[in-house]
Design a protein around this ligand. Structure first.
Ligand code: FES
Length: 116
């Protein structure tokens, strides 16, 4: 386990997200109604920055480039790249790939992420 402190609790209010860096790895930290979650910061399709992705239904992150949708809590792909029309041809080379997620631990007022 490689726990790293990435923020204080008051820096990430409920409904917000924060881009953090651990070594050379950028991670997105989310504070959802159900708790804190951490994911990779770039889309596994074509590396769009997910910080500006739209949050749907409280836990689904939609990529700003080609609208792939991921469950933030598990990393599961709910919908792969589907916009604009024709992107499916590219998907033959860029097949579905889950979002990497990282365990988050609250330690006092510190938010810690296990990057392993
Ligand atoms: S870069 Fe995210 S869906 Fe294409």
């Amino acid at each position: 386990m490689a726990l790293e402190t990435v923020a204080r609790l008051d820096e990430v209010p409920i409904g917000s997200r924060k881009l953090v860096k651990i070594g050379n790895t950028k991670i997105l930290l989310f504070h959802l109604e159900t708790g804190f979650y951490a994911t990779q910061a770039y889309c596994p399709h074509l590396l769009a920055p997910l910080k500006s992705g739209k949050l749907l239904e409280g836990h689904i992150l939609q990529c700003p480039f080609h609208r792939a949708q991921f469950d933030i809590t598990t990393g599961e792909v709910l919908r792969w790249a589907n916009f604009p029309p024709g992107i499916q041809a590219l998907n033959l080379l860029r097949s579905e790939k889950c979002l990497t997620t990282y365990p988050v631990i609250i330690d006092g007022d510190a938010i810690r992420v296990d990057i392993r």
